[in-house]
Structure formats: structure tokens, C-alpha cells
Design a binder for this molecule. Structure first.
Ligand code: SF4
Length: 326
């Protein structure tokens, strides 16, 4: 099925079947952005039906980014009580404060800036860009992942690796209604392409769904949840400064500032200095101090004394903190 046809069919289905959820209400753009931010944090580890009453109370008591940034810890935790994973609430408040301090009170409109916000990873950044800003992103949540795996019958371990799924989601195509489309695909996974007993009879894309044709809806579990990865991270130092580059090489932390790094496959006698967990990767990192004046495109000298005034991903901050202590 051509991408355009999938898009059209899914949107048509969504228009007729979408659930009425409080964060989908028609509100001003500013509110929409705030609603998306709060709902995406709440939905990170919790089901839609559980989130609804918490979201309503939260928005009633803290109706704006300003009020969220000023709320005291006791009230914040009280509002989150029952949702669990309280670090999400604390990160949400930190994010509100960072938005006011660094972005003039406005939710940033690009991944690079969104990823500097506490608690915002690739998935949440993509969801915000699509839902709040109508940008052509498809956030790969559990629901969309399931639709994708079943539609293309992706079963092998290599096929269901995150990097491959990110490539494959291109089959969903794009539309001018990016906000609705991201939500439509999530909704399709939640209501129709359910984890067990998918209701294929009501699915708008069943005609070309490979799992439907094969009548096999089982999903392979990703056993390589934490894949071991090995990197040599190069530290170039000049006076009080470190060399950072814009990452155009790795799929993680795309376009963000990192230290120059090389990935090694199955190294022998790898003595790591640092370990970092990122999505489904366990990153083993060996630090190598380098003296040569290697030229990197899009590099800059970062003043380590001004760590707090740079917007860096937490990975890079952790490396700097390690270097400062060792
Ligand atoms: S046809 Fe069935 S298995 Fe295929 S995407 Fe639709 S609900 Fe999922």
C-alpha cells in the first residue's frame, strides 16, 4: 500500500473513532503545548485511562508553565500521588523552569533544544514536535511499534532493533495533519492492533498487513533490551576547554553536542572508564586523551567552567563531570 493511502485511511479511521481525551481538546496553541507536555510526561509509564483524572486535576491546579515552575514540592507530589514514578513529576517541574529560563517561557520547537529539557528523551521530543507543533515526526511508542511490526511482519531480532524500526517507520508516510496522524497511529495500536487479539476486522490498513495475511499476530520480544556497545571517546583539551562536536554520525543524540567518539565492535580487553545507559544501549566508554590537532567539522571549544550555561545532553554532562573528577 502506498504511504499516501495508509495515511489517508488511518486519518479517516481516526476522525470517526478517536477517543475524546482531555489533552485533545481544542484549545489555544499555547495551551495545547502545555497540555501535550504534561500528558506526555504522565503517559511515559502509565495507561491513558489511568492518566485522565490525574491530568484533569493537574491542569485545574496548575494551568500554565508558570504555575508549574512555581509549585512547591509538597503540592507537586500530592498531584502526582497515585501515578508513581515521581521522578517524572520532578523532571516536569525542572522542565518548566528551564523553559522559562532558557526559552522565554515557550516550549522549544526543535529536537536539539527539547532534548536539553530534564526528562525529555527522543520519544517525548518527537511526540511534542508532532502533537504540539504539527511537525512531520512519528513518535515510536509501544502502540505504533506494534502496528509497524505487525504490518511489516517484523519478527527477527535484527528486524525489531530500534534502529531498524526507526528506518521502517517511513512506510507510514507524511501528511499535513502530522499532529492528528501521530495520535491516529497511537490510537490504532491502542484500540485495534492490541497486544493480544487485534481487531483486524476493523483495521483500516488490513488489506496490506502481512501479519493479517499470514494470520500470525505473535510479536517477538526484544531480548536484547540492553545491548552492549563499546566506544572510545576522545578528549581534546586546550586550556580550560574541551572539544565538542555536533553529532551527525550516531542515531542517538542526533545533532547534539558530544565528544568525538568511535564505536568498536567486539573489542578485546576493553577497559572501560565510564558506563552510560541510553534507551536500549549499555554504553561502555573508554576515555582516550588526544593531543593531535584533529580537525572535526562542526566542532567547538567548550569552556568547562561554564558547564551550567551550556545546553548539553546529560550524556555529555556526565562525561564532563567524570573528567573533572579524574
Ligand atoms: S490488520 Fe490486524 S495485525 Fe495488521 S495492523 Fe491491522 S490490527 Fe494490526
Amino acid at each position: 500500500m502506498k504511504e499516501k493511502i495508509i495515511t489517508k485511511k488511518v486519518l479517516k479511521w481516526y476522525d470517526l473513532n478517536k477517543r475524546s481525551l482531555p489533552w485533545r481538546k481544542k484549545v489555544s496553541l499555547k495551551r495545547k503545548q502545555y497540555y501535550t507536555l504534561v500528558s506526555e510526561f504522565m503517559l511515559q509509564q502509565t495507561q491513558v485511562t489511568t492518566v485522565i483524572p490525574f491530568f484533569n486535576k493537574f491542569i485545574k491546579d496548575l494551568p500554565s508553565i508558570d504555575s508549574l515552575a512555581k509549585v512547591n514540592e509538597k503540592k507537586l507530589i500530592k498531584l502526582w500521588e497515585g501515578l508513581g514514578y515521581y521522578s517524572r513529576a520532578r523532571n516536569l517541574k525542572k522542565t518548566a523552569r528551564a523553559i522559562i529560563k532558557n526559552f522565554n517561557g515557550k516550549l522549544p520547537i526543535n529536537s536539539e533544544d527539547l532534548l536539553t529539557l530534564p526528562g525529555v528523551g527522543n520519544y517525548t521530543a518527537n511526540a511534542i514536535l508532532a502533537i504540539a507543533f504539527n511537525k512531520p515526526y512519528i513518535p515510536l511508542d509501544g502502540n505504533i511499534e506494534r502496528v509497524l511490526k505487525r504490518y511489516l511482519y517484523l519478527k527477527k531480532e535484527k528486524e525489531i532493533e530500534k534502529d531498524n524500526l526507526i528506518k521502517k517507520k517511513i512506510i507510514f508516510g507524511t501528511t499535513l495533519r502530522s499532529s492528528d496522524y501521530a495520535q491516529a497511529l497511537m490510537e490504532l495500536g491502542a484500540l485495534i492492533c492490541r497486544p493480544s487479539n487485534p481487531i483486524c476486522g476493523q483495521c483500516p490498513i488490513r488489506k496490506n498487513c502481512k501479519s493479517y495475511r499470514k494470520k500470525d499476530f505473535t510479536l517477538t520480544k526484544n531480548t536484547k533490551k540492553n545491548r552492549e556497545k563499546y566506544f572510545v571517546l576522545k578528549v581534546y583539551k586546550k586550556d580550560q576547554k574541551y572539544l565538542l562536536i555536533k553529532n551527525t554520525k550516531f542515531n542517538f543524540l542526533k545533532n547534539l553536542s558530544i565528544f568525538p567518539m568511535e564505536e568498536l565492535s567486539n573489542p578485546k580487553n576493553f577497559n572501560q572508564n565510564l558506563n552510560f545507559k541510553m534507551s536500549n544501549m549499555n554504553m561502555n566508554i573508554k576515555i582516550q586523551y588526544s593531543k593531535d590537532n584533529h580537525k572535526f567539522p562542526s566542532s567547538y571549544w567548550f569552556d568547562r567552567k561554564k558547564l551550567d550555561s551550556y545546553m548539553l545532553p546529560s550524556f555529555t554532562k556526565k562525561v564532563v563531570q567524570y573528567l573533572e573528577k579524574n
